[in-house]
Every structure is written in C-alpha cells, then in structure tokens.
Ligand binder design. Structure first.
Ligand code: AFP
Length: 334
C-alpha cells in the first residue's frame, strides 16, 4: 500500500491550532465548503449530459449574464452553509443582498462571503472553474450581523481559500497558519492532503492577464506588459503568458510555480473588474500566507477599506518580487 494521506478533518484536528473556542466551528465550516465542492464537482463531471450548461436568461447584480451553473453553485453554497451551525450570514457575487440565517443563535460566529463559481465563461467548454470563500468573525454576539458588519478589511479574515475544479478537484485554504491543499479522492469521497504548507516562489516567469484590454490601460501598466516581453535571459524574460479566464486556476498555477496574475484598473474604469470582498481579499490572504503579495497597484489589498458589498478593485497578485516590479511600473517609479 502506498503513502496514506491525512484527510481534511484529520489534518485540521492534528496539525492546526486554533485560538480557544474557534476549533470545531472553523473545522465544520471548512468541511462544509468541501461538501459544496464535492456536490458541484459531481455536477460538472456530467455537465454536458444533464442540461446544466448555458445561461438562465437572467443578469446578476454585476450586470453579467447568469449561467445555469452560477445559479446551481450559489444555491448549493446557500443550502449547505445554512446547515452549518456556526454560519449566520452568507454574501455572494450572485446575490444583491446577503442571506441572514435568522434561526441561528448567539453561539453562531461566522460570516461567509463567496464567489460561488469563478470563471463562469468556462462552463460550456470544459475549462477549469473555481469558487472562492472568505470567512469573517461576527462582530457582536448579541445581535444578528447587519450589512455593515460584512464590510471588513481583508486583514480581519479568519479563514479563506478556494475550490478548484480542474483535472482534479482541490480545496486550498488558510486560517493564518500557512496554506494547505487537499485533492478530492473521488473513489472514497474524501479530500486528502496533497500540498502541505504551499510556498510561492519569490519570482516566476509566467504572467496571466487579459491583454485584449491593453489599449484601456494606463501608461505605467502598458509599460510593465511591454517590459515582460523584453528578451533578457538573466531576468527570465520574456515571460510566458498563461490566462485561463478562471482566476482560481491561474492563481493556483502561480502558487505552485510562481508568477503574476493581473487584472489592473483601466483609464476609464480605475476600479478594475474583480470584487474586493469575495475574490481579491480571500486570495490575497492565501497568497500572503504562502509568502507572496497582493496589491491594487498602489497599496496592499488586505488593507483596502471596503465601502460596499460588491466593490471592485484592481488586483495584482502572485510572487513577491513580480508584484513589487509591477507596482513600480504602475506607480510610474520605473
Ligand atoms: P466570471 O466568473 O464572471 O466569468 O469572471 C471570471 C473572473 O472574475 C476571473 O476568474 C477571470 O480571471 C476574469 O474574471 C476574466 O475576466 P475577462 O473575461 O474580462 O478576462
């Protein structure tokens, strides 16, 4: 028999230490996020056969076309996390307002924010998809959270991570003690530890961005992308471009092999495209925990003060030295 890997719950109970009172709540929550992953992965494997591809005909709060799978993933998060004893509210890219689970008592500690299906343009062509989650602590135990309680800076997250539906299904998370990756073993329906304590290389040679937007970028951003293509063996240039349309998949590649993902602000849209609270913040927490960096181009993502639930933010994320170089160009220092 080969090596026996720890399951997700074994790893959490044996290898993670929680502040007093946090243990079983976060452990249950992470297990339930894993359950969402199993349910969605099962649908995705049969997607072409069970009429769940294509659009619903609706538009979401972001003004984007809703895919059937967006709706299914959102419903799955809602119905699973509604059963999670320590979750009292769920906010999602697919819902204008957060859902509050009124039936929860004062012992219920956590608020979860999710992008339930990241990369939904990939649904119909069998490309990778993901989901991103951020966990905040409820501020006051004696009342249900309000919309304002969800507007916390990324540094206040107590856990974060993502599900990746690729050639295998993975759950990657942090509770502020490194970043750990688990691969779903479909035969036994368990997540098994496959990537313990992931460390992102200081610098990579890969970039991911939608360069179709080049003409919309600022002079500094354009200069950075031009610089990536200069031939210079000593600095590993030209970088290779790898962009999947799924941030989770691109970021996972960077975490393991190094590099940089950029969705920068544009001259006419300085706020960029991606959402702060359930895309940029959780991934920034993961990447920082792995030794990397995440920036708006101007400042640290985790310190951005949120003003509204579906706020957008430019995102430059990945290997520490690559993000520092990109920031220098974007700020006009290079
Ligand atoms: P969707 O989930 O709406 O498809 O957006 C995906 C995403 O948030 C991120 O995963 C991609 O990297 C990025 O947006 C793709 O955006 P473009 O289509 O503008 O390149």
């Amino acid at each position: 028999m080969g090596q026996i890997h720890l399951t997700l719950s074994q790893f959490i109970s044996k290898k993670q230490t929680f502040p007093t009172g946090e243990g079983c709540g976060l452990s249950e929550l992470l297990g339930d996020v894993g359950l969402v992953g199993k349910l969605i992965a099962q649908d995705l494997r049969r997607a072409g056969l069970i009429n769940i591809l294509g659009t619903t005909g609706e538009t979401n709060v972001q003004g984007e076309t809703v895919k059937k799978l967006d709706e299914i993933a959102n419903e799955t998060f809602l119905s699973v996390l509604r059963q999670t004893t320590q979750v009292c509210a769920l906010a999602s890219e697919e819902m204008e307002k957060p859902a509050y689970f009124q039936e929860r008592g004062p012992e219920c500690k956590y608020i979860v924010l999710v992008d339930p299906l990241d990369g939904s343009s990939n649904t119909d062509c069998n490309m990778p998809l993901g989901a991103i989650f951020s966990v905040l602590k409820r501020s006051l135990p004696d009342r249900m959270p309000s919309d304002e309680d969800l507007l916390k800076r990324g540094i206040e997250q107590v856990a974060a991570g993502y599900l990746l539906y690729g050639s295998s299904t993975m759950l990657v998370y942090t509770i502020g003690q490194g970043v750990h990756g688990f691969t779903l073993e479909p035969g036994i329906g368990e997540y098994l530890l496959s990537h313990e304590n992931i460390r992102i290389p200081e610098k990579g040679t890969i970039y991911a961005a939608n360069e179709g937007n080049y003409q919309k970028w600022t002079a500094g951003t354009k200069k950075y992308f031009d610089d990536l293509k200069v031939h210079d063996k000593a600095t590993g240039r030209p970088y290779s471009g790898r962009y999947s349309g799924c941030l989770v998949a691109d970021l996972h590649r960077m975490l393991l092999g190094g590099g940089i993902y950029l969705y920068p602000g544009e001259v006419d849209k300085p706020e960029g495209k991606l959402r702060l609270l359930y895309e940029a913040n959780p991934l920034a927490f993961v990447v920082e925990q792995a030794g990397g960096k995440a920036s708006t181009g101007m400042s640290r993502i985790l310190e951005v003060e949120p003003k509204k639930l579906h706020q957008r933010v430019p995102l430059i994320i990945g290997s520490r030295r690559d993000v520092e170089t990109a920031d220098a160009f974007i700020q006009g220092r290079t």
